[in-house]
Design a binder for this molecule. Structure first.
Ligand SMILES: Cc1ncc(COP(=O)(O)O)c(C=O)c1O
Length: 372
């Protein structure tokens, strides 16, 4: 069988950020660049085909309405809004929390919202940002947040309205931020009067890794965005959750940015199925990630090593001893079977397990690395 892959936007690497129209010909392709590359299963396509739909801008798509109700309950928030993408969910959160001109937000220097969403918060929401380092565990140091907060009493300064955190943290290797940290952040937020948003593109991965429920993990945040199109395996869509007034403002802004969609129930049906199977799906992905990382380390290569301390979810960061991640990824992609992975930094390769990765694919990847 010959496979031709048109590579999607590679959202992770700043070695090569975009690989337009890349073509791979091989008898088999194991695509571990991201968990965004999954295809809807036949069962998912069936529920999409059979979804009852209506005009969602009129509030008449019952499948969307049901998904929003279900998600609000799942994340323990008053209300929810189904949106096109994680980036849109994050942007609407910023718009909805920081209505006032002269607002700023605090965000991690290594956060997806800062690095890989084109600065949408500034470009489209008109909000400035103070960026702070994400620690190896994905958090932002509490004392750094406290020092950075600006309360608006000095009219030279913008007013800090929002803190954005990412859970799991992609750049830090899919590490999960704990409830304990979230509680401490809440104390700061209440003290200084700012809101807390979670970019939870992979929030269910975090909940599973920590062994807690999703609602408890976001209880101390004002809002959360979660993607159905990552590890959960839906073709597109994200959910934004928060209180009723926040979601109503987000719904208005969604229309302004062109996100008012019509018979979106087709996608909501897929999202709903993805959510129902979510814990099961990501649990298997995490187990595959541990197996892959363990076997890669067993090769005892003098070229690379996986740090097992930061391996918590479905993202495997292969640390190289050289700065040739892009070259090695090219080599892996040119093999047959081909292994696609992302040159994440000059000296790190990212591999992501997801629902389209079978147990036998792990052996293929290990063999490919052995050949390197
Ligand atoms: C942590 C994180 N947040 C947000 C996003 C944005 O999601 P989308 O690609 O659906 O806009 C991504 C995408 O990979 C991500 O990894």
């Amino acid at each position: 069988m010959s496979a031709i892959l048109r590579a999607a936007v590679n959202e992770v690497t700043h070695v090569r950020q975009y690989q337009p129209g890349r073509v791979v010909s091989a008898s088999k392709v194991v695509d571990m660049r991201s968990d965004t590359v999954t295809r809807p299963s036949p069962a998912m396509r069936k529920v999409m085909a059979e979804a009852v739909v209506g005009d969602d801008v009129y509030g008449e798509d019952v499948t969307v309405n049901e998904l929003e109700r279900k998600c609000a309950e799942y994340f323990g928030k008053e209300s929810a809004l189904f949106v096109l993408s994680g980036s849109m969910g994050n942007l609407l959160a910023v718009m909805s929390h920081c209505g006032m001109r002269g607002s700023e937000m605090i965000v991690g220097q290594q956060a997806h919202m800062h690095r890989w969403e084109q600065g949408g918060y500034a470009q489209l929401a008109g909000v400035s940002a103070t960026t702070l380092v994400n620690e190896p565990d994905g958090t932002i140091a509490l004392d750094a947040i406290e020092t950075a907060v600006r309360d608006g009493t000095d009219f030279h300064q913008p007013t800090t309205q929002l803190l954005c955190l990412e859970n799991t943290h992609n750049y830090r290797g899919g590490v999960a931020i704990t409830i304990d940290y979230m509680q401490k952040v809440r104390t700061l937020a209440d003290k200084y009067g700012f809101r807390v948003h979670i970019d939870g593109a992979r929030l269910i991965n975090a909940a599973v890794a920590l062994g807690v429920s999703a609602d408890k993990l976001v209880a101390d945040a004002d809002s959360v965005q979660m993607c159905f199109s990552k590890g959960l395996g839906a073709p597109m869509g994200s959910i934004l959750c928060g209180d009723k007034a926040f979601i109503e403002r987000a719904r208005r802004s969604r229309k302004a940015v062109g996100g008012g969609w019509r018979q979106a129930g087709i996608l909501a049906a897929a999202a709903s199925m993805a959510l129902e199977n979510g814990v099961h799906t990501v649990t298997r992905d995490h187990a595959n990630a541990v197996r892959l990382a363990t076997e890669l380390n067993r090769l005892a290569s003098d070229k690379f090593l996986v740090n097992m301390n930061t391996l918590q979810t479905n993202i495997i960061m292969v640390q190289l001893r050289s700065n040739d991640a892009a070259v090695l990824c090219e080599k892996l992609g040119a093999m047959d079977p081909a292994v696609l992975c992302s040159p994440f930094d000059a000296d790190r390769i990212r591999l992501v397990t997801h629902c389209d990765i079978q147990d036998s694919d792990i052996d293929v990847v290990v063999n490919a690395f052995a050949k390197l």
